[in-house]
Design a protein. Structure first.
Length: 305
């Protein structure tokens, strides 16, 4: 896989585009934000990570600039933009392009499958930090990993090739034949911390107390029960360990959903706690805490104007 398309010039899209281009692949980064795209196309991406600061030149443009052959497209928009983003590259489906979604939440692979054959869809998680600086700067520090697999068994070889591509780009990338486990465990993590931060306005330290921990425990319990009812063997202690680590080691971190509230952006609540509730209802599992948190965030979005 040497011809790579990255869709979405947010923090994760810029990080992945820069590192993959630095590894020698031909990368095109597309977005609807013309000013950001113009800055990247002209001056490259200014990448800062544990290896220092450097500028990575790469091509940037609009969806119409993405023409076959393209081996792999990485989708990094927020969930509410997935459908329009993937439709904008529908012309690549017939040429055999694979699509990899590492987005937060549940339901994005199914949205991709409305436009691309399921055998061409890869999915996974990206558990690592990234922050934008200006129009074309991105910063990422510390440990993290990427885990991915295929939507159908026919895509396993392509998923392994994508894993190798990301490993060459410096990511701790892992292939998993049971990728739904990692996806649901990250959903549990995000469902526990994101809306709680958004509703309280507090960084991690502000929810690391008895009432916060009770809400977190209830959310995790409901997500685990829902995943298991859908046949996904998530590991509850592993989820709890990840949450404990975040609360202990990243106490000043503001959850992405809180950052969305501060910036006046729409959140991904319908793809996280909202999606958990939808799947819980489908299998008769009660998820009242997730429902309450989802509705509180929706209420905040509606009342802020």
């Amino acid at each position: 896989m040497q011809s790579i398309l990255v869709i979405g010039a947010g923090s994760m899209g810029c990080l992945f585009a820069a590192r993959i281009a630095e590894s020698g692949a031909d990368v095109l980064l597309i977005d609807v934000d013309k000013s950001r795209i113009d800055a990247i196309d002209k001056d490259g991406i200014h990448l800062t990570d544990d290896n220092g600061t450097r500028t990575i030149p790469l091509r940037a443009g609009l969806a119409a600039d993405a023409q076959p052959p393209i081996d792999l497209a990485l989708l990094f928009t927020k969930g509410m933009h997935s459908r329009s983003a993937i439709r904008s590259i529908a012309h690549l489906a017939a040429s055999g392009t694979y699509v990899l979604t590492l987005q937060n939440g549940l339901g994005n692979p199914e949205i991709v499958a409305e436009t691309f054959p399921a055998d061409q869809i890869l999915k996974g998680i990206a558990a690592l930090p990234a922050d934008l600086h200006g129009l074309n700067g991105v910063e990422s520090h510390g440990a993290g990993h990427v885990e991915l697999g295929a939507m159908t068994p026919a895509g396993a070889q392509a998923a392994q090739a994508a894993t190798a591509l990301l490993a060459r780009a410096g990511f701790d990338a892992r292939y998993s034949a049971e990728i739904d486990v990692a996806i649901w465990e990250k959903v549990a993590f995000n469902a526990a911390l994101n809306p709680l931060g958004a509703v309280t306005g507090q960084p991690n330290a502000g929810v690391d107390n008895a009432p916060g921990r009770r809400i977190i425990a209830a959310i995790v319990e409901e997500v685990v029960a829902t995943a298991q009812a859908h046949g996904v063997a998530v590991d509850k202690p592993r989820i709890e360990g990840a949450i404990d680590h975040a609360l202990a080691e990243h106490r000043g971190h503001k959850a992405s959903m809180l950052q969305d509230m501060i910036a006046g952006r729409a959140s991904e609540i319908d793809f996280i706690n909202g999606a958990v509730c939808d799947r819980a209802r489908a299998v008769g599992v009660a998820a009242p805490t997730n429902q309450t948190m989802a509705d509180l965030v929706r209420l905040m979005e509606q009342t802020r104007g």
